[in-house]
Ligand binder design. Structure first.
Ligand code: IMP
Length: 195
């Protein structure tokens, strides 16, 4: 089954493809499908923004689509950066800068208060326009420096067990991640629907 991902984020696309392809899904990005779209994320929750992105693409293509809205919630920062994870710190700040922003804000915060989680909401819209959502999360804590070269975004400062997610291999991360959990729920759902 073909699924088109409503995202321009190459790292997300890579993970989504790797998680879903063993189940027989052929995931294409919207640009691979010839569509150039940047839906404005005006929602205040991951679920709202995920739905906005999926709908915007479905309204153009009228084929099965998925969208991923995800982010980091840091408890000591009142769950920031949350839905603003991709835009934290404003224009001109990159993934590395955003990691340092979080690290700097947590200066002096002890280990026990550095709890955080990644959250993901996957929206699926079928060929008839029916929408279903699936969520996933992974609990961890914010480290004290950037460590590791794998993954993307906040992975180098997000510690699970004794390593950052950027020290996990792709498959190790996908087996425990927020995105992996949500996409496996989608797969379970689609199994009952289409096979
Ligand atoms: P979105 O495109 O609005 O969903 O932005 C998600 C943002 O959250 C990304 O740009 C990253 O900064 C962060 N994020 C989401 N998932 C992950 C992950 O698996 N690892 C690291 N950062 C992530």
């Amino acid at each position: 089954m073909d699924l088109i991902l409503a995202s321009n984020n190459k790292d997300k696309l890579k993970e989504v493809k790797r998680i879903l392809s063993p189940y027989g899904f052929n995931v294409k990005s919207q640009s691979e499908a010839g569509i150039h779209l940047e839906a404005e994320e005006t929602g205040t929750t991951f679920a709202e923004n995920s739905a906005i992105k999926a709908k915007a693409l479905y309204d153009i293509i009228h084929k099965p689509v998925i969208a991923d809205d995800s982010g980091l919630e840091v408890d000591a920062l009142g769950k920031e950066p949350g839905v603003y994870s991709a835009r934290y710190g404003g224009e001109g700040v990159d993934d590395i800068g955003r990691c340092y922003l979080v690290l700097n804000k947590l200066e002096g915060v002890p280990d026990s208060k550095r709890t955080a989680r990644f959250v993901c909401v996957i929206t699926y819209i079928d060929e008839n326009g029916e929408m279903t959502q699936f969520d996933g999360k992974i609990e961890g804590r914010i480290g004290y420096e950037r460590i590791g070269d794998n993954g993307f975004g906040y992975d180098p400062i997000f510690v699970v067990g004794d390593r950052t997610l950027a020290q996990y291999s792709e498959d190790e991360k996908n087996a425990v991640s927020h995105r992996g959990e949500a996409l496996r729920k989608l797969e379970e759902y689609l199994k009952t629907k289409i096979r």
